[in-house]
Design a protein around this ligand. Sequence first.
Ligand SMILES: Nc1nc2c(ncn2[C@@H]2O[C@H](COP(=O)(O)OP(=O)(O)OP(=O)(O)O)[C@@H](O)[C@H]2O)c(=O)[nH]1
Ligand SMILES: [Mg+2]
Length: 343
Amino acid sequence: MTSQPEGTAVQAPAAVAPSGRRGRRSADIGTLVSRAREGDARSVARLISLVEDASPLLREVAAALAPHTGRARVLGLTGPPGVGKSTTTTALVRAFRQAGQRVGVLAVDPSSPFSGGALLGDRVRMQDHAGDRGVYIRSMASRGHLGGLAWATPQAMRVLDAAGCDVVLVETVGVGQSELEVASLADTTLVLLAPGMGDGIQAAKAGILEVADVFVVNKADRDGADTTVRDLRAMLSLGGRHTEAGAWRPPIVKTVASRDTDNGVDDVLARLAEHGEWLDSSGEGRRRRVERAAREVEAIAVAGLRERMGDVSGSAALGALAEQVVAGETDPYRAADQLIAQL
Ligand SMILES: Nc1nc2c(ncn2[C@@H]2O[C@H](COP(=O)(O)OP(=O)(O)OP(=O)(O)O)[C@@H](O)[C@H]2O)c(=O)[nH]1
Ligand SMILES: [Mg+2]
């Protein structure tokens, strides 16, 4: 979630549906949500499209979803390009399915034309062909505005949550800001690194050390995996949030996600389960969710204020206040207060 929304998508939450056909549309949204809750993939897809396209019906969608949300566990996966996020996601989906869980996947790819999300979709849809309705996969397209994407992702998560997913996996390419965003969306954040990726360790230094709940050193079939693990351990021992008393100490797991068996994914699942228990027992899980909601409300409110401020710029009221400032009758601060009071 970005705190600086921009572009058309983020203005949409403040938009109000045209009143004329509201009744009929509300009924449609209610039907869509009911069908999505029954596991109808097409209804889930339509709801996500509505939120992704920042449809004017967003408010109705959000209101209809709200009573059915709050159950899903959100797992964020982030890390440098090519580290194996999609492969790991696929392996995790398989494991969660084997455990009887319903899984939603959002592949958030703000830039790459070689979307790992698309690849992943193809791979897991093979299971869909076998009749598995327990997996829903969606690639979130950027449509050119990052802020919009960051904003649309929590809405899409909510759709999957309401649709009965036990687990929602969110894959984001770690390109700086985005891994912090994914961390703010997730209950548990997995940071993936691979041997020989100097970049990965640099990125870790730059901040993902703080956001990681579980480190995954993938491509452990390659030389240097143990060195990467050692480097990470050394860095973690230097201090930070996780060294405080009672804090969660992020474990490091080695994986070979591209292998079907003996790939370390069971270890990842075990660490995820432990982290889930810690989130519950420490109260941190609740705290994260409240924080997440607060940021979301804030972003929508700020977007709404900006939209209203947009109406103000060039208005007669602003013109009159500007005249008073020029004439020395008031100062810009008082004028701004008056303007805000008029909103
Ligand atoms: N040797 C080896 N290759 C792997 C492993 N995991 C993934 N790969 C390969 O690494 C490449 C990139 O994997 P992806 O899962 O697409 O990586 P990603 O992090 O999702 O990539 P982006 O979404 O483009 O950032 C693919 O060719 C995978 O087959 C592994 O454990 N060992
Ligand atoms: Mg990918």
